[in-house]
Design a binder for this molecule. Sequence first.
Ligand code: SAM
Length: 210
Amino acid sequence: MINFEFAKKEMIEIQLKRRGILDNRVLSAFESIPRHLFVPEGRIENSYDDSALPIGFEQTISQPYIVALMTQLLRPLENDIILEIGTGSGYQAAILSKLCKFVVSLERKSELVSFARDNISKLEIKNVQIYVGDGTLGWKSNSPYDGIIVTAGAKEIPSALISQLKPGGKMIIPLEHKGYHKLTVVKKEENSFVKEEIIDCIFVPLIGRG
Ligand code: SAM
């Protein structure tokens, strides 16, 4: 029988804190969300491993450190409205739900939307809305967003996402570079944006019209 509570604490200490995830709000969010509720039954014993895991439909739940790093870079505030592209299991959305006012999350695969909605409802999280949609086009009705997090690798920054971000807001997005991705922070200014590359990583591809 696996002690998930112990595995979660170890994940936070070894995989997150030792690699520089030191934002206490982010660490508390990881403490409060049981990752094993977002992993399919067959892989549940690996839930707190230092790796991405398959969730079916050729998709993955991202490595804990990458979820934490993206969240720490986004630095969502209590009253923020955040757009996530690529719901997958719903784990990233659940983490964000503890840090901001409202999360809109888009997923192109309807089977994963059902999986993620079930996972989120087990925890009685009420401030996450998950929709089936092409995230490269964004989700206009709740825009502009204080922050956007894209959890699939993009060839370029979708222009709809830039236009749905508030001036002063941040987008975290893995951008394609020679067969892998560069995790990038995009800061929107009044009429332009600046990019900062953080680390190399590998994501499943962002597939969409925009
Ligand atoms: N954030 C997820 C989690 O916490 O489990 C992990 C996401 S997984 C690495 C990337 C997801 O992006 C996949 O579920 C994939 O189907 C989705 N995706 C790819 N292109 C998309 C698009 N254009 N719009 C919405 N979702 C997309």
